[in-house]
Design a protein around this ligand. Structure first.
Ligand code: HEM
Length: 471
């Protein structure tokens, strides 16, 4: 008899919502290689709810209606188990927050949450602006660069300082390229297959992709453990970075987190927070520079602040906020949320679902709904100035018990990095054709990373004069 993994109660045979009839292995290939085309076709044919066979395990019931999102976030009939996120175990480790469920997950979130609160974020504002300026200062006129790589450098430096509390020094210098090499191991659909297809996860030494990945991971771990060891030997009660707070925390039995737990949570935060924000920034640069009217409006708003504005003033700018929101609407970095599972029999969008059913909210399809976002393929920041969207209609950071822990950090970083660079650096796209979205691991990013070129520094006079459209 089939038992629900969550409740250990018998699962009643049921009929799942309709979905593609193509063989599961074909669906898996489509999902890895062309996830957007796959989802668009399914939504066109089956509507708000459909069943997809995109993993080798249970089928996914994919939903894209705000009403379904509301249920997923608020109803006790659903929970957000950690087990299905096992796909991330090889990278993050088995003690990672995303692999925990129920009470343990809730407790761990409470432990990790305080440093990510909006108030705390203020401390990181100036740091973000300084790092952005430093990275952009290395660009030279007429030597095109890939903006995604530049943004990876920015976001990694931010997270290493905020989360690890690592400031310039030999360990930071070594950690940065090692971390990038692990993250980049899954930066194409082909390489991403390693995560989805277990049979590719064979360590045959440095000649096999998985072996290479494991080797890089071991070197990275050695650095992380060395940092933890050093902190234990030289405790500093004044430090406010996430690693220090985690090391000071005690569970109900007065026990500290083990080195392995600390390592897994650090990897989780680095992994979840670095690539996501870099990708979002790369898309933002792309849209702003492919649409002259958007760039013009944005520069006008940024220039109106005068010299040396306070980071929080930048954060509150309405048009900048709308540009960031629209960037995460049109191509959300995470196309789907983490898996949810039915705990008790429930009706969802007219379908009776039984315990054990896996339900996945499609952020991408919800953001492309014509009834919510007219002309959904057009990049139009104005829609966020004209209308307020509910957390079930606009959800680039997911929601409910697994809502993104780094929401405040990610939003602040996007705005401050964009504002700092756009105010001072005159950039143009070096792409001839429209940039397409491509899978990068579990996320979706711009193919090729968006090539751009520097035209020069913006002068004080340029900042005072209204920016001409089309420039
Ligand atoms: C633009 C940037 C980002 C986007 C679009 C994004 C998006 C997401 C999404 C969609 C989820 C899943 C939510 C769900 O299933 O309901 C998530 C989870 C998560 N995110 Fe982010 N994220 C971003 C930045 C960050 C940053 C900066 C951090 C931390 C430093 C972070 C840490 C996490 C963690 C730890 C989780 C798992 C939460 C849990 O399991 O309880 N994210 N994120």
């Amino acid at each position: 008899m089939l038992l629900s993994p969550a409740t250990k109660t018998p699962v009643i045979p049921m009929t799942l919502p309709n979905g593609p009839k193509t063989p599961p292995f074909v669906q898996v290939i489509q999902w890895i290689g062309e996830p957007l085309t796959y989802m668009d076709k399914c939504a066109k044919q089956y509507g708000d709810i459909f069943t997809a066979q995109v993993t080798k395990e249970e089928p996914w019931v994919i939903v894209n209606h705000p009403q379904a999102m509301q249920e997923l976030f608020n109803s006790n009939a659903f929970h957000a188990p950690g087990r299905p996120n096992n796909i991330l175990k090889p990278m993050l480790g088995e003690r990672s927050l995303v692999l925990l469920s129920g009470e343990r997950h809730k407790r761990e979130r409470q432990l990790l949450m305080p440093p990510f609160h909006g108030e705390r974020m203020r401390n990181y504002g100036q740091l973000m602006c300084d790092i952005a300026t430093d990275v952009a200062s290395k660009w030279s006129v007429d030597r095109p660069f890939v903006v995604h790589s530049a943004m990876q450098e920015v976001t990694m430096r931010v997270i290493l300082q905020a989360v690890f509390g690592l400031y310039d020094g030999p360990r930071l210098q070594e950690l940065r390229p090692r971390l990038a090499s692990v993250v980049n191991m899954t930066n194409s659909p082909l390489r991403s297959s390693m995560l989805f297809l277990k049979w590719l996860q064979q360590d045959w030494g440095p000649w096999s992709p998985w072996g290479r990945m494991k080797q890089r991971q071991r070197k990275l771990d050695a650095l992380i453990y060395a940092e933890i060891e050093e902190r234990k030997l030289q405790p500093d009660a004044n430090r406010t970075d996430v690693l220090s707070l985690m090391m000071a925390a005690r569970d109900e039995n007065g026990q500290p987190m083990t080195d392995e737990e600390l390592r897994d949570e650090l990897m989780t935060l680095l992994f979840a927070g670095h690539e996501t924000t870099a990708t979002a920034l790369a898309w933002a640069f792309y849209w702003i520079h492919s649409l002259p009217s958007v760039r013009q409006k944005l520069l006008q708003e940024l220039d109106s602040l005068g010299e040396n504005p306070d980071p929080m003033e930048i954060f509150r700018l309405p048009y900048l906020s709308a540009v960031c929101q629209e960037t995460l609407r049109i191509y959300p970095v995470a196309i789907v949320m983490l898996e949810r599972e039915v705990l008790t029999p429930v009706e969802l969008m007219g379908h009776q679902l039984e315990p054990g059913t896996v339900v996945v909210g499609s952020i991408y399809l919800t953001h492309r709904r014509e009834d919510l976002y007219p002309e959904p393929l057009q990049f139009k920041p104005e829609r966020f100035l004209e209308r307020q969207f509910s957390p079930y209609e606009y959800l680039p950071f997911g929601g409910g018990s697994r809502r993104c822990l780094g929401l405040a950090l990610g939003q602040l970083e996007m705005k401050l990095v964009l504002a700092t660079i756009l105010r001072d650096f005159d950039l143009v796209l070096a792409e001839k054709k429209p940039v397409q979205a491509k899978r990068r691991g579990l996320a979706l990013g711009p193919a090729g990373g968006v090539r751009m070129a520097l035209r020069g520094r913006r002068t004080p006079q340029q900042k005072r004069e209204p920016v001409a459209s089309g420039v």
